[in-house]
Design a protein around this ligand. Sequence first.
Ligand code: FAD
Ligand code: UQ1
Length: 432
Amino acid sequence: MLQSFNFSLKKLSCTSYRFAHHGCKVLVVGGGTGGCAVAAKLSKILGKDEVLILDPSERHYYQPLFTLVGAGVYTLNDSFKLQKNVLPDNAKWIKDSAAEFHPKSNQVITTMGHKINYDFMLLALGLETNYDKIPGLLEGLKNWSGVCSNYSDKYVEKTFQVLKNFESGNAIFTYPNTPVKCPGAPQKICYLVDDYLRKNGKRQKSKIIYNTSLPVIFGVKKYADALWNVVNSRDIEVNLRMNLVEVRSDKKEAVFENLDKPGEKQVMEYSMLHVTPPMSTPYALRTNKELSNPAGFADVDPESLRHITFPNVFAIGDCSSSPNSKTAAAAAAQSAVVFHNLKAVMDGKDVHKVYDGYASCPLVTGYNKCILAEFNYKLEPLETFPISQDKEMTSMYLMKKYLMPPLYWNLMLCGYWNGPATMRKLLHLYMK
Ligand code: FAD
Ligand code: UQ1
């Protein structure tokens, strides 16, 4: 099957036509965290212009910094670099987006109408934020009404403005009824706000409420236990199975539905409302029934990350159906698996690298403390450091603040960071 498209339109680029026709060995759709990391690895072995990256975004954001931007520790400017300076030199970037996938004919059609043929494809489109799905939310985010959100470059700076102006009342934090990227981030900002209000003498006049659609505070018991201690000791109210359905920013009211009692709604007044919006994979992927599962995620084998139906297609990161927690740390671990398995398929061999579901979430619990959650598919802790990581630690906060950004830009995006598995093995060996 693979041979039939080897001769085809490989490397052919006819840009003199109104609608260009490109060909490549590997098409990477999405040049964010996962796409860029794998493109860097592949373009090193395949050489110039064999890897084509399709991504419309001018900027590459290091999204994990958004939590600290919202808390006023960093600025938005600290969180991005220009895409052209980040994508690998050996790869070719097409600044456009995928509009249609035709996996049976190994072709993608872009929004501008160009056609791209590939031998192999990596789906790395991430998750998109759907702020428009909650009535009144966009209006609240756009006006001066105490509504903010760390989940978008458009609104993340507003979080700290709202916080600085907060005097008294309810500060409410939400978690939607959809899969999200970095499931810890909706509560990290809640802890940072608690810490900020204490340091500024406003905590007595405020009530902090975390309303989550989930039935648990965190999916891994070890860290959930630690987080219940955090919320109880800080007087933070947690309401499970509470889903934000409407924002009435003129009255500063948020409407929630109780997911266990259909039809039951609760209206809460707020001074600050931090919203984690509903999310989905991008339209072109989720509406393509050949590539996506019923939930809209690229339908891959959770161990090899290879597509279930199309052997020349792989997926990485937030858009993949693999049931791991959607984080950059997970994409780092997946990048090595995708690279080795993709290379094996190119060489006519079997795939043998296995992804164990590793994900990590630095649960920032204040301006100098953090619980570093690390776990696998089975939701068992898989900790890098030979200490029990369910404690709030300054060292983990410093790692999140100072070590992770350069690691991301200089190692991960250049294809040199596959997650901490090797470090974990060495540290645990040394301690024995
Ligand atoms: P992305 O990095 O989002 O990249 C997707 C790319 O696809 C984008 O460049 C986009 O432009 C492109 N794209 C979209 N649609 C199309 C299309 N149709 N055609 C072509 N290209 C397209 N992770 C951690 O590990 N630790 C953390 O502490 C952490 N904190 C976070 C805090 C916040 C507030 C947020 C928002 C995220 C956080 N994350 C964290 C999660 C992490 O950022 C994501 O899991 C990671 O970026 C996923 O990588 P990705 O490649 O799948 O998607
Ligand atoms: C990680 O690998 C990673 O990806 C680059 C992150 O995203 C920014 C993280 O937040 C974390 C914690 C890791 C894991 C790294 C170590 C050293 C435990």
